[in-house]
Design a protein around this ligand. Structure first.
Ligand code: IPE
Ligand code: IPE
Ligand code: MG
Length: 252
């Protein structure tokens, strides 16, 4: 299957040497290594978070060009509340900064924004900035840019179980009707295809509670690159490698 490449500008297209075949439909990214990036430069950890914002846009642009359908970016986990208050406060301001700079380009690229995770528990100003972007982009029918914010895979599964029990209790659902597909509908990712490719930066090789249910058959790609250094060339490296993977889903 060959795909169209709608957002490629001529020069960028020439830079990409691979073949745009077998492109993952859903790419999930664990953006890691901001703190270490800053520490290596003798800067405070938050400087890495600030720089990481620009890497997000590079990937959004590249993914839209590659005709990826869904891009899920892990931005804040349910465990990240354990960090110092000052770092959390800094992180919670970043969505607004990112959108202030890049929302026009996101609109231009026909990208729709959404979130997964416990949105309600985020600070008001963070929610406002994101809700504005969700509303602004809701009619765009290109790539879905999905931010995992205050997201935890175990919490998501537990939340689904509670809702299911509730729906069974009030006879909205029967135990017999429950299967894997229906269970998936109770997750934040309701209706989305599972990620085909998961990228984690900074050399860590673990899920850290990200998309536990959804990553059952996801291809993993790890790189030592720290998130703020992630750019289009690293993105294409990941895609190139994905294109050569053989996915069997338990079959032959
Ligand atoms: C990823 O970078 C950003 C978040 C988890 C919010 P880190 O802040 O985890 O950076 P390291 O892993 O400490 O280098
Ligand atoms: C995972 O990174 C969460 C995000 C990237 C948002 P962490 O830096 O929090 O993960 P651990 O603590 O190294 O497993
Ligand atoms: Mg980390």
């Amino acid at each position: 299957m060959s795909i169209k490449i709608p957002f490629f500008k001529k020069k960028q297209k020439e830079e990409f040497q691979g073949e745009l075949e077998n492109v993952p439909r859903h790419v999930a990214i664990i953006m890691d290594g901001n703190g270490r990036w800053a520490e290596r430069k003798g800067l405070p950890r938050v400087a890495g978070h600030k720089e990481g914002v620009h890497a997000v846009n590079k990937v959004v642009r590249a993914a839209a060009k590659a005709d990826v359908e869904v891009l899920t970016m892990f931005a804040f986990s349910t465990e990240n509340w354990k960090r110092p208050k000052s770092e959390i406060e800094f992180l919670m301001k970043l969505p607004k900064e990112f959108l202030h700079v890049y929302l026009p380009e996101i609109m231009e690229n026909n990208v729709r924004i959404n979130t997964i995770g416990e949105f309600e528990a985020l600070p008001e100003h963070t929610k406002e900035a994101i809700q504005h972007a969700i509303d602004e982009t809701k009619h765009n029918d290109g790539m879905l840019l999905n931010f995992a914010l205050n997201y935890g895979g175990r919490f998501e599964i537990m939340r689904a179980v509670k809702q299911i029990v509730n729906d069974i209790d009030c006879a909205k659902l029967s135990v017999e009707a429950l299967d894997e597909n229906l269970f998936s509908d109770y997750l934040y990712t309701n209706g989305l295809q599972d990620p085909d490719l998961l990228i984690r930066t900074s050399g860590e090789q673990r899920l850290s509670n990200f998309m536990l249910w959804q990553s059952a058959y996801t291809e993993f790609w790890f790189t030592d690159v720290l998130w703020p250094d992630f750019d289009e060339s690293v993105w294409w490296q990941a895609l190139n490698e994905y294109q050569h993977r053989k996915r069997r889903f338990g079959g032959l």
